[in-house]
Design a binder for this molecule. Sequence first.
Ligand code: SAM
Length: 240
Amino acid sequence: MGALCDKTTSTPGVVLVFWYNTAMKLQIITLFPEMFKGVLGNSMLWKAQDREIVSYEFINLRDFGLGPRKQVDDTPYGGGDGMLLKPEPVVAAIEQAKQNDPDARVLLPTPRGKTYKQSDAKRLAAGQQGLIIVCPRYEGYDERITEWVDESFSIGNYVLTGGELPAMIVIDSVVRLLPGVLGGETSTEIESFQADDQTIEFPQYTRPEDFRGHKVPRVLLSGHHAEIQAWRAKKQKPLN
Ligand code: SAM
């Protein structure tokens, strides 16, 4: 990531501008780092790392497990099914990640969080602050870990088996917005949700003009820029 740093020389009126590379550090605390290989190792998310726009780092929660069996979970106080992540390994892992990047923002995927939206992706991408994403498993985590968390988020009203998929969703949605990741710098500006978390992009078509009797709307073939814009504006719609 190119961060701009200017330094004024002793000569009045002369400003030297230096660019320096600081990749946005994305640290993922997980018991299952292998799950990320396919998603982060392909296409734009891979390119973003290759171009040193981001760096992906994994912290294996098991390394912070307690005792000879590296225990990371335990039964819930008050009874109930399943196991919870213990606070000691999770907080030790967050502390290690913070040592690597003291200014990083700590995110926790959880159904208890606020719903993650495009405006969150925009905010996190614009800040270019490093992220530490904790990926819980089992029936969840000891609530006391939230004292070390800056932001909790839910990706929707359904339950997944762990925080890894929500972490990948956040990473994908943020990284694609970083300058230099996608081809066209303005291509994200006209996408669904980008303006207001609500408006969905107009429908799009490519060749052939006639596919099994289903035709491309005539206006898109007209070459009339203003009419095309008007048609697209009409076809954009708010989320119902
Ligand atoms: N017992 C929890 C409950 O009923 O809310 C569900 C735990 S879930 C099996 C394990 C972990 O997956 C959660 O702690 C969370 O990190 C992640 N997770 C599951 N669904 C999620 C969602 N909709 N949004 C964000 N994270 C989710």
